[in-house]
Design a protein around this ligand. Structure first.
Ligand SMILES: *Cc1c(COP(=O)(O)O)cnc(C)c1O
Length: 414
């Protein structure tokens, strides 16, 4: 049971024990009042290089000597301008415009609004207003992003408020069923945009699919003039073994959402990158075509400075061997666990690996989830299984010894 005024996210206060109190973070570690934890989930997928990565913390300290929040309509500042320019350089070809917000959910909401705004300008009507999504996808917890995500126990209560979308199956094997379903919908002519988590459906259970399927979806978008929105909120900044998941498929979406690792995970920031035609649809002497969106903390200068420190690390080169090292350490340990009875469906995409505990009844509310989490915590490892799926997504500074500890904890469960 958890007491006190704080209402924690995704936490059942009636059944969960009081959480440890975090005193300090550093690298791959979270130091609490009860001891050290290895952060094997990168604090819900945000910490990329490591906790309190020195160049990022220096940039935050430095920016804070000069700037705090300033209104971003009618004013601009260097951290936002420089970060936008760098994002355009680093992003897949053709993404030329950068709109700032403050979370993954808002980045996706912004993308949906951009897509509808594009079609309103192109058609002069609401002819293109439907959104296609994949089963088991996750794009955030606002009403709009829940609408384009999987329906289930998490959002059953809010169903009456959610809008209707078209769904295509999670790709299996060559993805033919997914591509066929999407082609049939795209032919219908009402589709404004496809929203996808490229290569990995994260919250849906770390379900992975081939880059060729992603490329196939891009081709169908092109054939039928459907906008492609890539939600790289989780996959961006190296998680899949390349800077962007889209890079594996050699494709560029029309709109790309990034958040989590944008500041290396230190402070909240998000960006929605748009291609020129989406931007131009809103560029007009007609003020009605203005992109009417803002959040109070849009382009927070301290967060932008942190983001700029992060992009400088990527632009300096040298990240590929870092990602390859994590991927290799993961592959070796995943193979060892997969050889043991009781585990199935081992899978990997770059620095992310997942494996399922063999159980009769799966699903997020499966009994094993919380029991496993407590078991790992007792062994000093922070992992949050998705139902019976255990995944490991460490910050890139993770050491061989840390990895041994993480995987020993997992193996000790069964
Ligand atoms: C986490 C996540 C989001 C939502 O980001 P928040 O910052 O939590 O709002 C959206 N899309 C994907 C793919 C995510 O993993």
């Amino acid at each position: 049971m958890i007491d006190g005024p704080v209402w924690h996210p995704f936490t059942q206060h009636a059944t969960e024990p009081a959480p440890p109190v975090v005193r300090r973070t550093e690298g791959a570690y979270i130091h609490t009042d009860r001891g050290r934890l290895i952060d094997a989930v990168s604090s819900w997928w945000v910490i990329t290089h490591g906790h309190r990565h020195p160049p990022i913390m220096d940039a935050i300290r430095d920016a804070a000597t000069r700037l705090d929040q300033v209104i971003f309509a009618g004013l601009t500042h260097d951290p936002a301008e420089q970060l936008a320019a760098a994002l355009v350089r680093l992003a897949p070809e053709g993404l030329t415009r950068v709109f700032y917000s403050d979370s993954g959910s808002t980045a996706v909401e912004v993308a949906l609004k951009m897509a509808l705004g594009y079609w309103r300008a192109a058609d002069g009507t609401d002819a293109h207003h439907r959104i296609v999504v994949m089963d088991r996808s996750y794009h955030g917890d606002t009403i709009g992003t829940m609408s384009v995500g999987a329906r289930g126990v998490f959002n059953a209560a809010y169903g009456p408020l959610m809008f209707d979308v078209d769904r295509i199956p999670v790709p299996r094997a060559d993805g033919a069923a997914t591509l066929d379903a999407f082609r049939a919908l795209a032919r219908g002519g009402e589709i404004a945009a496809l929203v996808v988590e490229p290569l990995i459906l994260g919250s849906g259970g770390m379900l992975m699919y081939d880059a060729a399927v992603l490329a196939g979806l891009r081709r169908i978008c092109d054939e039928h003039g459907v906008l492609m929105i890539a939600d790289e909120v989780m996959t961006g900044w190296g998680r899949t073994g390349r800077l962007w998941a889209c890079d594996h498929a050699g494709i560029a979406p029309d709109i790309l959402c990034t958040s989590k690792g944008l500041t290396g995970g230190a402070v909240p920031l998000a960006a929605t990158l748009a291609c020129e035609k989406v931007y131009q649809a809103h560029y007009s002497t007609d003020r009605a075509r203005t992109f009417f969106h803002s959040s109070s903390y849009t382009a927070n200068p301290i967060a932008c400075a942190a983001g700029l420190a992060n992009v400088r690390i990527w632009e300096a080169g040298g990240m590929q061997p870092v990602l390859d090292r994590v991927a290799a350490m993961q592959a070796e340990r995943l193979a060892a666990l997969a050889a043991r009875p009781g585990w199935e469906n081992p899978r990997q995409q770059g620095t992310i690996v997942a494996i399922d505990l063999s159980v009769g009844q799966a699903g997020y509310l499966a009994e094993d989830g919380p029991v496993m989490r407590a078991h790992f915590m007792d062994r000093g490892v922070l992992l949050r299984p998705l139902g019976n799926t255990v995944y490991v997504m460490p910050p890139y500074c993770v050491s061989e010894a840390d990895m041994d500890e993480i995987w020993a904890a997992i193996a000790s469960y069964r």
